[in-house]
Design a protein around this ligand. Structure first.
Ligand code: DX5
Ligand code: ZN
Length: 218
């Protein structure tokens, strides 16, 4: 499967957000990871629908929207309408996981199934057939700039095995604490899409992305 980088704008400078997103595209990234936090499922509040709608008109990156939101089904139509291409929902946040994933698909977006570091990989199994992508959290969701949780590569391998045994060919995305130093090990453990926030937006964005793309081979 082809591998990709998904820069996370949570670490961007919002004062010059448009300019920084342009740099992401110019450096050759295809995805843009957009973290929506509701202050309930996670302690922080980030940003929401109006921001997505306004950056949508300025670029054609794949909008990979990560909803850290309780009962996300209430909002998926709004996020789709604002321009989300992929909508990931947390298994821990949905009253009915299958119904939520199916609703995302019906809206014409790719349903992503996200799960927290303390959720056992096996709990995903019944829902994987309804997902178009799986998002493994390698930090506790809620904040950028955290350290990659040790053991996440083992969980990644378990998940990649499970997906392969189920005969499904859907990408696995990893999110949290990804750096140029651990990217190779993460790729070897089975990740297809690497989310990177602080390691892309701190410093020279285009240089950082080019360095990542070289490791990823995108
Ligand atoms: C954390 C978010 C991540 C975050 C990653 O809750 O889901 O996407 O932006 O940031 P870094 O790469 O700095 O760990
Ligand atoms: Zn995220």
């Amino acid at each position: 499967m082809k591998k990709y980088l998904a820069p996370s704008i949570l670490a961007a400078d919002f004062n010059i957000l448009g300019q920084q997103i342009r740099s992401v595209g110019q450096a050759g990234a295809k995805y843009l990871h957009i973290d929506v936090m509701d202050g309930i499922f996670v302690p922080s509040i980030s940003f929401g629908i109006p921001l997505i709608r306004s950056i949508r008109s300025a670029n054609d990156l794949i909008f990979d929207v990560h909803l850290m939101v309780t009962e996300p089904k209430r909002y998926i139509a709004d996020f789709r309408e604002a321009g989300a291409d992929i909508i990931s929902v947390h298994i821990e946040a949905c009253g009915d996981v299958r119904e939520t994933l199916e609703a995302v698909k019906e809206l014409g977006a790719i349903p992503g199934l996200a799960f927290n570091p303390e959720t056992p990989v096996e709990e995903l199994e019944p829902y994987i057939p309804y997902a178009g992508q799986i998002l493994l959290m390698s930090v506790h969701p809620g904040f950028g700039g955290q350290k990659f949780i040790e053991g996440s590569c083992e969980r990644l391998k378990l998940l990649a095995d499970l997906r392969d045994r189920m005969g499904l060919n859907i990408p696995i995305e990893i999110d949290g604490g990804v750096t140029l130093d651990n990217a190779s090990e993460i790729l070897q453990s089975g990740a297809d899409i690497l989310v990177a926030g602080s390691s892309v937006f701190n410093g020279d964005i285009e240089r950082n992305i080019k360095d990542f793309l070289e490791v990823i081979g995108e």
